[in-house]
Design a protein around this ligand. Structure first.
Ligand SMILES: NC(=O)c1ccc[n+]([C@@H]2O[C@H](COP(=O)([O-])OP(=O)(O)OC[C@H]3O[C@@H](n4cnc5c(N)ncnc54)[C@H](OP(=O)(O)O)[C@@H]3O)[C@@H](O)[C@H]2O)c1
Length: 248
């Protein structure tokens, strides 16, 4: 599999949204960073080139503000030939630093998605820096409603979004069933305690696990690359926990 489904898709409510690919680099024990948040680099050079290929194949790359504050990523295409995607930050309170690579370099490619309560002085400063600010609906916890964000991106012609973390944003997208494809580069490393690739999805029975189809697994350098499309849920939600563990 390469690139993304050019056609976009719809969410559970039938609203148009872009195709969403999650890409992560993790250790053998499922960590995307150490417990201090250090993550550069978990995977090898060939896997990092794959990440750049995926960036070039999507209209936009999305990260959470946690990743911007910790890693200060550029999210451009440098290791392969290709065009730079739009760079989107889920940043409810408009905390993206003015000296971050995303605002200091090619800010016209950066979209800071903020919530309804983002301080207006911060929003104005980011706009003056040359980046776009996209006002999105806030959830009850104040964070960005990612379905609303994807819908707004779709209205602006974005057909494919690659999500490069971190764990909180990926977990929210999986919880909301907004992920179409997952690419995970698994590096031959163990770090023990650290940042889990995916947080709590509220899954209590294996029948409710996020499943995959069209799975491809290959070796890239010393890493194993998993690439699969998210399958439809096995059964309806809200029946979790109602059955006894009789399937052993
Ligand atoms: N190995 C890898 O592939 C990889 C990739 C990326 C990051 N990382 C690592 O992951 C760590 C960062 O992950 P993280 O989980 O702390 O941060 P994150 O997912 O990048 O960002 C989380 C923040 O995004 C904002 N956000 C806005 N709307 C959200 C929503 N609906 N759901 C979730 N978050 C939302 C929240 O801050 P506000 O409330 O302020 O908006 C939240 O605290 C770093 O250690 C980084 O190095 C690893």
């Amino acid at each position: 599999m390469s690139g993304c489904d050019a056609g976009g898709t719809t969410n559970d409510a039938g609203v148009e949204r872009p195709w969403v690919t999650v890409k992560l680099a993790q250790t053998l024990d499922g960590r995307i960073a150490t417990r201090t948040g250090h993550s550069q680099w978990i995977s090898g050079e060939a896997s990092r080139a794959l990440a750049h290929e995926l960036r070039a194949a999507h209209d936009a790359v999305l990260v959470g503000i946690g990743t911007v504050l910790r890693d200060n990523p550029r999210l451009t295409v440098r290791l392969v030939a290709g065009r730079d995607p739009l760079r989107i930050v889920a940043d409810s309170a408009a905390r993206t630093p003015l000296d971050s690579h995303l605002l200091a370099e090619r800010p016209e490619l950066t979209v800071v998605a903020v919530g309804e309560l983002a301080p207006s002085d911060r929003v104005d400063t980011i706009r003056r820096r040359g980046a776009r600010v996209l006002l999105t609906r806030s959830q009850s916890d104040g964070r960005i409603d990612l379905a609303d964000l994807l819908g707004r991106l779709s209205q602006r012609g974005v057909r494919g979004v690659m999500v490069e973390g971190g764990a909180a944003v990926v977990t929210s997208l999986l919880q909301a069933r907004l992920v179409d494809r997952v690419v995970i580069c698994i590096a031959p490393k163990l770090v023990g305690a650290g940042v889990e690739a995916v947080g709590d999805l509220g899954i209590l029975h294996l029948d409710d696990a996020v499943g995959f189809e069209q799975v491809e697994v290959r070796q890239l350098g010393d890493d194993i690359v998993f690439d699969g499309r998210v399958a439809a849920p096995l059964r309806a939600a809200n029946t979790t926990g109602s059955r006894a563990a009789t399937d052993r």
